[in-house]
Design a protein around this ligand. Structure first.
Ligand code: MN
Length: 434
């Protein structure tokens, strides 16, 4: 296939050619939507989604892809591997391209729906969820709060830190999050811990990395092949109850403070769409240790990171009543992460742990070097000591009931259409009363 230049990325959908769209022809993220009570797979283009099930039925897709594209989830398609990923992407690109013939265009038009009018679902069945801690800025600032004498533990620069999260409570964007109840540390005058709704509900701005090719138990994925196992990325909010977390996390790490809900964005951006936005691994000071050989590859150091701008917005009840736009809490970039996606995969499998199709490896809170670019309230408010003032005059240390958190992401590079990762939303509901 001839290499297209920016000027030839024209779709017959005019809105897909607007510089402000999240979903130009060069993006084509995968999603799922509700159609007559069934979930169907789709691809986003401009303000529309293209129904892949309908495309398969109407003869627009190659025979080898029909069954996978009529499935309600992406896993069977991901399991087909790279040749099929390329084939579907090229087919859909041609179909939506300005040069397509009138017959095919007309058939494709019949498979288009407005995204605004659709109910989006969760396109991938996620068997396993691992959450890393790949931002050294996040790790250092959180460490400063609890261990001022030793903010960054001595292992951090050698080993990508992570824990196994809970896949069952991963929820699609837009589903509300009920404030969790849990044990919190006894106050000085108390004998027993409390069992109360969390008073320190937080979000975490993260990227989800979706595994598209499995690895075998007992074998490890060399770093040079790690990106071959990656299918795509999305936005992820790792909701966290800090008071529950601080009481329970020693000695085995996060548990009920994290597993009550994790929100993911509806669109999965394929890795191939991110190629123009690859970035070098973040540079390490000369005094930092070199990663062990299994975590080092020249190619990965040159282009293993992603230049993706990530933003967090808040919208409170009062803001919505006053018709105020969501307020930007912070902004960071995935290219500041200390560990690349390939390093996370190589490390995860280095002991023989197997990856499954659909697994999510999350980056951990993505915070940048300045304090204002922190990816969670724990950092931004210094564990509640410095409240954030909102345009309504309200202030926040942690989240209040009715608050909506909106994550957004986008990639820009000269000579390439901008792509947007869409949104990951969640509103806090009051704790249950019985
Ligand atoms: Mn996290």
């Amino acid at each position: 296939m001839a290499k297209r230049t920016a000027s030839t990325h024209q779709s017959w959908l005019p809105e897909a050619n607007q510089p402000t769209t999240d979903f130009p022809l060069t993006h084509l993220p995968y999603g799922a939507f509700e159609h007559e009570g069934q979930q169907r797979l789709c691809v986003a283009i401009g303000a529309h989604l293209l129904d892949l099930h309908a495309c398969a039925t109407s003869g627009l897709l190659p025979p080898t892809l029909i069954e996978a594209c009529q499935a309600p989830i992406l896993n069977p398609f991901m399991a087909l591997g790279h040749r099929s990923w390329t084939l579907l992407r090229e087919t859909v690109t041609t179909l939506l391209h300005a040069d397509v013939n009138a017959d095919r265009r007309q058939t494709a038009e019949a498979a288009l729906h407005s995204i605004a009018g659709a109910t989006l679902g969760r396109p991938i069945h996620i068997p396993n969820y691992t959450d890393f801690y790949a931002s050294i800025y996040h790790a250092t600032r959180v460490g400063q709060l609890f261990r001022p004498d030793q903010p960054l533990l001595p292992n951090y620069k050698h080993v990508p830190i992570g824990y196994h999260g809970r896949a069952s409570s991963i929820i699609p964007s837009g589903i509300p999050v009920v404030r969790p109840i849990g044990q919190t540390r006894p106050l000085p005058e108390q004998v027993q811990p409390n069992f109360i709704p969390t008073n320190a509900l937080d979000y975490e701005l993260e990227l989800a990395l979706y595994i598209g090719q499995p690895s075998l138990i007992g074998s490890s994925v060399p770093i040079s092949q790690a990106t071959q196992h990656l299918f795509g990325i999305g936005l992820l909010n790792d909701w966290s109850a800090r008071d529950i977390q601080s009481w329970e996390y020693q000695p085995l790490g996060p548990f009920l403070a994290k597993n009550f809900a994790t929100s993911i964005s509806p669109w999965v951006t394929p890795m191939v769409a991110l190629e123009p936005f690859r970035a070098p691994a973040s540079s390490r000071p000369a005094t930092d240790p070199k990663p062990l050989p299994y975590l080092h590859s020249v190619t990965d150091q040159q282009q293993g990171n992603l230049n993706a701008k990530l933003e967090v917005f808040i919208s409170t009840d009062t803001m919505r009543k006053n018709k105020l736009a969501p307020f930007l809490l912070s902004e960071s970039n995935a290219s500041d992460l200390y560990w690349t996606p390939a390093q996370l995969i190589a490390h995860h499998t280095s002991n023989g742990c197997n990856l499954q199709v659909g697994d999510v490896l999350a980056t951990g809170t993505t915070s940048g070097p300045p304090e204002a670019s922190a990816g969670c309230l724990l950092e931004l408010t210094r564990n509640g000591a410095q409240p954030i003032l909102l345009p309504t005059g309200e202030s926040r240390t942690f989240l209040a009931d009715g608050d909506e958190i909106i994550l957004r992401g986008s990639c820009e590079a000269p000579g390439h259409p901008r792509i947007g990762l869409g949104e990951c939303r969640g509103t806090i509901l009051p704790a249950r009363t019985s």
